[in-house]
Design a protein around this ligand. Structure first.
Ligand code: AMP
Ligand code: GLY
Length: 423
């Protein structure tokens, strides 16, 4: 079969790498992809939100399956677009329809869903400019730190955690009154702060059955010791060492099952990944957020640990055969370290040549912000390369990633040297 992957990051490169190993694959296309995906399949230049261009590509290349990487086209309804079109309807799309994508696209929608289905999460209320005074009063009723979340998609920047009440009130006013995050902050969810350690659970579901994929922990801050600005993710480890079987059973029974049951009860169709951001507080799991896609860089450690044929798994999901499906998982740890451009997550340079990629032997390289210029692989984004390795323990895997990184070079290359410091 012919497969089209939408997206251009390390996540999509990992999808391409894994799907290319499937015995069911004929031709693989990635739109728009990067220098790494160009070596695995054929890149098609386009914007992932240009649905007409996606339609043309799907028909021209006789695509049999579409895997949607990022949230944006899902929240904008790419799956609904396929279902509404007579020439596309027969093509399975992995990624939920617009209504379900609100689990990521609207924090309020997600919180209401959790409340309705008794899924443990932080206490919350949501506010608009019309009841901002009640927002101030709710802040006064909470203890510091204060968690303010823009309701809509804000590119991972829409969450503020503030220690000072006056500052929290000021920021609430900025978000609601002055569109600090544009229309995304026309509504703001204020939450109780949860103090614990974070991890993520990944589920693949068709709304009836599900499989739980390997879990992972990512490192979001730019600076060592989890300091500085938030990034898309500077590295990840799978499995999560502190998530023992007892805790994972709680996650499955209190979070995953009620989530799938909730979708069913609410008659919300869902085909695709659910990425559940969790926080462990006194050994109990609480949901921080849902994402309706895989994580990046989590995918770069989750997929390498799946031994099963990935297309077979996606087809079993789409055609509701998951109850007969047994996922085969690699027992080893996988770790990934993100190489980023100096300055990221603020302004950074592009177009720097990346050297030494061919010298790496003990790691798998997943390209993120890379492209080919004059026959050279150059940087083309903030997050440039994910360096993934396996090991019997996560420290051994990390050591391999760090050794591989010594062979790679581009101007102003930056990465975190302390992954796993908190484990
Ligand atoms: P989100 O976009 O909802 O995942 O939030 C971004 C980050 O903010 C999370 O990864 C957490 O580190 C932090 N965060 C969000 N909500 C809370 C909360 N209620 N308590 C503590 N930290 C939170
Ligand atoms: N690594 C976090 C995310 O993909 O949202």
């Amino acid at each position: 079969m012919n497969v089209l992957i939408l997206g251009s990051g390390g996540r999509e490169c990992a999808f391409a790498w894994k799907i290319a190993q499937s015995k069911h694959l004929s031709k693989l296309f990635i739109a728009p992809g990067n220098a790494g995906t160009a070596e695995i399949g054929e890149n098609i230049e386009m914007n992932v939100n240009d649905f007409d261009a996606i339609k043309t590509a799907a028909l021209n290349h006789r695509i049999d399956l579409v895997v949607v990487g990022p949230e944006d086209p899902l929240v904008r309804g790419i799956h609904d677009f396929f279902l509404a079109d007579d020439t596309l309807r027969h093509i399975p799309v992995i990624g939920p329809q617009k209504f379900a994508a609100q689990l990521e696209g609207s924090k309020e929608f997600a919180k209401e869903f959790m409340a309705k289905h008794d899924i443990p999460t932080a206490k919350y209320q949501s506010f608009t400019i019309d009841n901002i005074d009640q927002g101030y009063a709710f802040l006064e009723s909470l203890k510091a730190p204060y968690v303010l979340k823009a309701d809509g998609l804000a590119g991972g920047k829409g969450v503020l955690i503030l220690n000072d009440l006056a500052e929290a009130k000021q920021e609430l006013k900025e978000m609601l009154g002055h569109q600090k995050f544009g229309t995304a902050s026309a509504k703001v969810v204020i939450e109780e702060f949860l103090d614990g350690i974070e991890l993520s659970s990944f589920v693949l579901t068709n709304g009836e059955d599900y499989v739980v994929l390997p879990n992972a922990k990512d490192y979001k801050r730019i600076g060592e010791g989890d300091t500085g600005l938030n990034t898309g993710g500077m590295g990840a480890i799978s499995p999560v060492p502190f998530a023992d079987d007892t805790f994972l059973k709680k996650v499955e029974n209190r979070v995953i099952k009620p989530t799938i049951e909730g979708l069913k009860k609410d008659k919300i169709p869902y085909v695709g990944f659910i990425f559940i951001g969790l926080i462990k507080v006194n050994n109990e799991p609480y949901v921080i957020e849902y994402n309706v896609r895989m994580g990046d860089p989590e995918t770069e450690v989750v997929l390498p640990r799946i031994k099963s044929d990935f297309l077979e798994l996606l087809l079993a999901t789409y055609f509701k055969k998951l109850h007969q499906y047994k996922l085969d998982i690699d027992d080893r740890y996988a770790t990934t370290v993100m190489l980023v451009a100096g300055g990221y997550p603020e302004a950074y340079a592009k177009g720097n040549e990346i050297k030494g990629l061919d010298k790496v032997e003990d790691s798998v390289l997943f390209h993120a912000g890379t492209t080919v210029k004059n026959n050279k692989v150059v940087t083309n984004g903030g997050r440039v390369l994910a360096v993934t390795s396996y090991g019997e323990g996560f420290r051994l895997a990390l050591e391999k990633s760090y050794n591989s990184i010594e062979k790679i070079h581009f101007d102003q290359m930056n990465f975190r040297r302390d992954l796993g410091f908190d484990l």
